[in-house]
Ligand binder design. Structure first.
Ligand code: PGA
Length: 257
């Protein structure tokens, strides 16, 4: 059975000091009462806050994720951060292709694919984000958008490496808007994604891949989303910045697992 993974995407919040405090609070609670039922937690702070969070979560079982990487080992790429630098500060995961990166930094499926391959080559688990805009949903092209993004992001990735990938379905209209996909809407797209994965890589691998839902997941709607059979946890933005809310979401995943 695949695990549930709850990841906190802190976006451009939390300097090292406040990040350390937040991570310590979450880690403290998970050391006191470790996650039941195989639920995994990952914290994804901004680059500069990674070392402080790495220290704060030591021995708690929490994974550490970056929010981006540049798909080269090193070189003249001013302002960029490579995968080896992320593993050197303790990263286990990396968010790739978040809709904010696609929207504000024009990231293409091809670029996201290069990042995913590079992340895998360095032993990182990519959390690959896909999702449609409101306009696309309303014009009935959600499935073709997801199809294109998924095929594009996963091009050339071997079946073995597929097992290290986590997908996050994040309908853009639900991100930071307080508007959440209904559990049925989420389940419907997750099934579509899993069916496509089965077509690309076979049913066994498709059945093992974690598909998170992201978009205004809160303590009070997490349980109904996680109760859907193909929703395997969440990528949490706003609600991951408050320890009590994030912990409640983790506990909701444990109850569904
Ligand atoms: P949100 O963000 O939970 O604040 O909607 C989710 C995300 O962007 O990953």
């Amino acid at each position: 059975m695949r695990p549930y993974i709850v990841a906190g995407n802190w976006k451009m919040h939390m300097d090292p000091e406040s990040g350390r405090a937040l991570a310590s609070e979450i880690a403290g609670e998970l050391r006191r009462q470790p996650s039941a039922n195989g639920v995994q937690t990952v914290l994804c702070p901004p680059f500069l806050t990674l070392p402080a969070v790495h220290e704060a979560i030591a021995g708690s079982g929490i994974g550490l994720g970056a929010q981006n990487l540049y798909p080269q080992d090193s070189g003249a790429f001013t302002g960029e951060v490579g995968p080896g630098m992320l593993t050197a500060v303790g990263c286990t995961h990396v968010i790739l292709g978040h809709s904010e990166r696609r929207q504000y930094f024009n990231e293409s499926d091809e670029f996201i694919n290069a990042k995913a391959r590079k992340a895998l080559a360095h032993g990182l688990h990519p959390i690959v984000c896909i999702g449609e805009t409101l306009e696309q949903r309303e014009s009935g092209v959600t499935e073709s958008v997801i199809d294109t993004q998924l095929r594009g992001a996963l091009t050339g990735i071997s079946p073995d490496d597929m097992r290290s990938i986590i997908l996050a379905y994040e309908p853009i209209w639900a991100i930071g808007t307080g508007r959440t996909a209904t559990p049925e809407q989420a389940q419907e797209v997750h099934v579509f994604i899993r069916t496509l994965l089965a077509e690309l890589h076979g049913g066994e691998i498709a059945g093992d891949i974690v598909i998170q839902y992201g978009g205004s997941v809160k303590a009070d709607n997490a349980a109904e989303l996680f109760a859907q059979p193909d929703v395997d946890g969440g990528l949490i933005g706003g609600a991951s910045l408050k320890a009590d809310q994030f912990l409640a979401i983790i506990r909701a995943a444990e109850a569904s697992a």
